[in-house]
Design a protein around this ligand. Structure first.
Ligand code: A2P
Length: 277
């Protein structure tokens, strides 16, 4: 698999394996082990997914050497602030059975709709990530679900985010924050690259997939890669996991990319200024 390179020179495999909604326990353990065996060497985890221990067991059972793996974690909203973030990070390391992470993200910004001091809270959480980075416990740091208003205050920090993980898929292009991230060499990771699976029911997408001799899921993953996004593909099914990696043997035309950009009815992502959590 090819890699993207982060602003600090760290390589990151261009497709990640997502663990959001993967049921904790045996399903997750087996899925992660299988994914690694199939060639997913980039695992995207998070404390709030409630399955970090299972992810850790799956990694261990795969037998992969730690340095072959790119492992991401995220600090959850209830752990914002300097001290809590450091403690949450340590717990994540323990549950994932590792002594460092490759990438650590702020999962959601504290927003002006929730807190009067939202900006200070984000800065404090960011300072904790910066110190973890400077101490070598994490190789890269970033954010997730940050829009322009949340990201801008961090752009004058000592270390600026290297990644922003957003919901990105055909019909959901988030043009404003994507262009800001590009200006600052912030890699865009795409969660829900299949639109939470809903895109698979799109007639337009199915027609296009047939034309390319690929599946709708492969078209979505390729659309992400051609935009320079890093898709976090997730499936617990071995055949679908394998198929989601088979995207190197074709290209989507510019014209079809534009059609996919504006697919209607799929842009329903959570607004970080309105979420109740
Ligand atoms: P499953 O785990 O049963 O394969 P998204 O990443 O956009 O949130 O979508 C994830 C959903 O899409 C999951 O429910 C997953 O279910 C399903 N999925 C993943 N890959 C494929 C595929 N190649 N074909 C059909 N469904 C898929």
């Amino acid at each position: 698999m090819k890699n993207y390179e982060l602003r600090n020179g760290v390589s990151i495999p261009e497709i990640g394996y997502g663990t959001w909604k993967t049921p904790d326990g045996e399903t997750c353990e087996k899925a992660v082990e299988t994914a690694i065996r199939l060639g997913y060497h980039h695992i995207d985890a998070a404390r709030v997914y409630g399955n970090e221990e299972s992810v850790g067991i799956g990694i261990k059972n795969s037998g992969i050497a730690r340095e072959e793996l790119f492992l991401t974690g995220k600090v959850w909203n209830s752990d914002r602030g300097y001290g809590r973030t450091i403690r949450a990070f340590e717990k994540t390391l323990k549950d994932l059975q590792t002594d460092y992470l490759d990438l650590y993200l702020i999962h959601w910004p504290a927003s002006p709709n929730q807190y009067r001091c939202w900006e200070a809270l984000n800065r404090e959480t960011w300072e904790a990530l910066t110190d973890l980075y400077k101490s070598g416990k994490v190789r890269a740091i970033g954010v997730s679900n940050f829009r322009r208003n949340h990201l801008t205050p961090l752009l004058d920090a000592e270390v600026i985010p290297m990644v922003n993980q957003l919901e990105l898929h055909p019909g959901m292009v988030q043009a404003d924050i994507v262009s800001l991230c590009r200006e600052h060499q912030i890699l865009l990771e795409a969660y829900s690259p299949l639109g939470n699976g809903k895109l698979l029911n799109s007639e337009e997408l199915s027609g296009m997939a047939e034309h390319y001799g690929k599946t709708p899921a492969q078209i979505c993953i390729k659309w992400n890669l051609q935009h320079g996004f890093l898709p976090l593909s997730k499936s617990v099914n071995e055949d679908r996991m394998r198929a989601n990696l088979e995207v190197e043997d074709f290209g989507i035309t510019e014209e079809d990319m534009r059609k996919l950009d504006v697919l209607e009815g799929f842009a329903d992502g959570n607004d970080p200024d309105k979420v109740p959590f």
